[in-house]
Design a protein around this ligand. Structure first.
Ligand SMILES: [Zn+2]
Length: 282
């Protein structure tokens, strides 16, 4: 089981709050009878099912049917970009997508830590496969909640890791690449600012952190993770990148870097990363 609760951008700053796993498990869709009824209101559907998604919206919120089609499109794009076609073409159990019209409803579902986030994903696994998928999204006045692509990225990627917890930096770095260009640029800016100020996180810390407790370092973590994923994928593509993660999980990052990228461990990766990101912006 894994719950990720991601970022919100407020005034250009990044705020991250980790949400403890298990909180959402106590939530029950029956508590949301008022929003799960399949009815039309001012032409918008509050509940719709597509091949892989069961979407729950609310009266006056995003059209569930359109959102379901959009989720299918994003899922297809994410699978084409990151997965190698060896995973289920259709999920055996539909992913629940719940769009919340109020902060109260969202917080009730997501639990502690939801106050400054706009999206959350919950994944449960069983027997090495993902058995449950759910997204909670805050409506933000648009047809598509802004956190949809990011959170869906976490859910799609979970198929690749087959019940294992992916490294946080890689999971977030890939998901950030699904965000709009503006959000991505804000994350890169945070990473670069940390670097310019000498406040960047050591790569070894980025690579091994699964929980982020220091709110003053969240921006650097997200920015650096994004740029690190970009650097590695740019070098040899996503297949080698995932092979690198697999090797690292079994034999450590130093060996994985040597085998997959010809780099002499984390120290050389750090120096290559600094060179590339500073050089590209000089
Ligand atoms: Zn995320």
């Amino acid at each position: 089981m894994r719950l990720t609760s991601c970022f919100a951008v407020f005034g250009g700053g990044l705020i991250f709050l980790a949400t403890p796993g298990g909180v959402v498990e106590s939530a029950n869709l029956s508590n949301r009878a008022s929003i799960s009824a399949d009815r039309s209101t001012i032409g918008r559907r509050c509940h719709a099912m597509t091949e892989n998604f069961s979407v729950f919206s609310f009266v006056g919120g995003p059209d569930a049917e359109k959102l379901g089609r959009r989720a299918e499109e994003l899922r297809r794009q994410l699978r084409e970009r990151w997965l190698d076609g060896t995973h289920h073409a259709t999920w055996p159990v539909r992913c629940q997508v719940v769009v919340h019209g109020s902060r109260t409803s969202y917080s009730h579902s997501v639990g502690r830590g939801a106050a400054q986030t706009k999206g959350s994903s919950l994944i449960r696994t069983s027997g090495g496969e993902v058995s449950f998928r759910r997204l909670d999204l805050m409506a933000d006045g648009e047809a598509e909640p802004s956190a949809l692509a990011h959170e869906l990225s976490h859910v799609v990627l979970a198929d690749h890791f087959r019940g294992n917890q992916p490294p946080r930096w890689a999971d977030e770095g890939i998901a950030l690449l699904s965000d709009c260009d503006h959000k991505q640029s804000l994350h890169r800016r945070d990473g670069m600012n940390a670097l310019y100020r000498g406040e960047q996180l050591p790569l070894v810390e980025i690579l091994t952190s699964q929980e982020l407790r220091d709110p003053t370092r969240i921006g650097a973590f997200y920015g650096q993770s994004l740029m690190l994923v970009e650097l590695l994928v740019r070098r040899h593509g996503s297949n080698v990148f995932f092979a690198f993660l697999e090797t690292a999980s079994q034999a450590g990052y130093d060996l994985a870097l040597r085998q997959c990228y010809g780099l002499n461990g984390i120290a050389e990766l750090e120096s290559v990363w600094r060179e590339e990101v500073l050089g590209s912006r000089s």
